[in-house]
Design a protein around this ligand. Structure first.
Ligand code: SAH
Length: 370
């Protein structure tokens, strides 16, 4: 017998209660309570402290007997994400850099707007896709996040003092969510279910470059989760030069996937001065949007991403929007938020790790579909 096995027999690995669906955690905890001479409802009490009314640790679950809390601590974990940096913009946007258990960093951005608070969450540490203007792409891919690391970004907001109540979620932080479907799929359940974080499916948007198997998998879920597709260029030649993934998932296929998706999709279009903001681009984009019946979001380029791009001027963006509207397309011009704290995708981590050599991209084609 190896040493590791011997060790395991003496000290079994603690189970991470946050990395299972709340329904599974409830079953495990009710059984555990009974095994240890407690009533099953004690297990259900613990589940409420995982997501709904999160506790920082077992010792804070003061509605439970102290001895039972001690037992829980011996058998289970409820890991925290550590806030490494927290920055507040003059416009109220807050940016968090979280350190994970293995020392990796991810970013989460909280964007208040009226009565809403949108949390922009990460699905991977780094990203393999290398979109030309994106800071995360420039740092390369490190690893997929686990299910609990995705949902815990929201949990941590509820653990702040004072707590922040998140109303909307967008998967627009670091990474490509549909290349980590194995973890994003159950994370959507945790974010949405009443036993989890209880955020309405229509308030949760998954943003993708157009990973086709992932779009199909998202569409097959019964809930009304929203889909945003990063288009950024209205023809293959230009899209290819900005988004290398276009080789694998060309525009025509992405548009077709958007068309058959059973809910209305949003197109994301970053405005790059002199690159994708001319009249011909507007008419090409309008045709694609009409084909898909998509809503178009025009996003001002956040400076400090990657590459040598200039943002389109506000006048150019509004002119472009008017052309789309005239062609019968619904369009919104997004406000740039958190400009003074580099709140665009990947920027905080880049600032912190400037001297680290970026990890090279790998397995672009490795699409995980459950
Ligand atoms: N991989 C997914 C989700 C993460 S990026 C996707 O690409 O959709 C979220 C959005 O931010 C994408 O539309 C992306 O193109 C955009 N983005 C990246 N860098 C940006 C920058 N510097 N300025 C504005 N938007 C940016």
């Amino acid at each position: 017998m190896t040493q590791t096995n011997t060790r395991r027999e003496v000290e079994p690995a603690k189970r991470n209660l946050l990395n299972m669906l709340p329904s599974a955690a409830e079953q495990v905890l009710r059984d555990f309570a009974v095994e240890h001479g407690e009533k099953p409802f004690r297990g259900s009490q613990v589940v409420r402290h995982l997501w709904q009314n999160p506790a920082p640790g077992f010792s804070a679950m003061t509605d439970l007997p102290a001895a039972f809390r001690g037992l829980l601590d011996e058998h289970f974990t409820i890991p925290r994400l550590t806030v490494a940096t927290r920055q507040t913009s003059s416009d109220g946007t807050e940016k968090f850099l979280f350190r994970l258990e293995d020392g990796e960093f991810i970013e989460t951005v909280a964007i208040p707007e009226g009565s809403r608070l949108t949390l922009c969450i990460s699905s991977q540490a780094g990203c393999a896709l290398q979109c030309a203007f994106c800071a995360t792409g420039a740092m390369g891919f490190t690893r997929n996040l686990q299910m609990f690391e995705i949902a815990a970004q929201v949990r941590e907001m509820r653990l702040l003092d004072p707590p922040t109540q998140v109303t909307n979620i967008v998967f627009m932080g670091m990474g490509e969510p549909l290349m980590n479907w194995k973890a994003v799929d159950p994370a959507l359940t945790v974010l949405n279910s009443p036993a989890g974080l209880g955020i309405g499916a229509r308030h949760i948007t998954v943003s993708t470059v157009g990973v086709l198997p992932g779009i199909v998998a998202l569409g097959e879920r019964g809930e009304q989760f929203r889909l945003a597709i990063s288009i950024h260029a209205p023809n293959d030649e230009l899209r290819q030069s900005l988004m290398p993934i276009n080789t694998k998932y060309p525009l025509a296929d992405v548009i077709e996937a958007g068309k058959v998706f059973d809910r209305r999709v949003t197109f994301e279009y970053v405005m790059l001065g002199g690159v994708n903001d001319a009249a011909e681009h507007a008419s090409q984009l309008a045709a694609l949007a009409r084909e898909c019946r998509a809503f178009v979001n025009l996003i001002p380029l956040h400076p400090g991403g990657a590459g040598d791009f200039t943002p389109s001027s506000p006048e150019q963006i509004h002119w472009f929007a008017r052309r789309l509207r005239a062609a019968g397309v619904e369009v919104a011009v997004r406000k740039s938020r958190g400009m003074d704290i580099s709140a665009a995708c990947g920027q905080l981590r880049v600032e912190r790790q400037r001297r680290r050599t970026p990890v090279g991209a790998d397995d672009d084609g490795n699409v995980q579909v459950a």
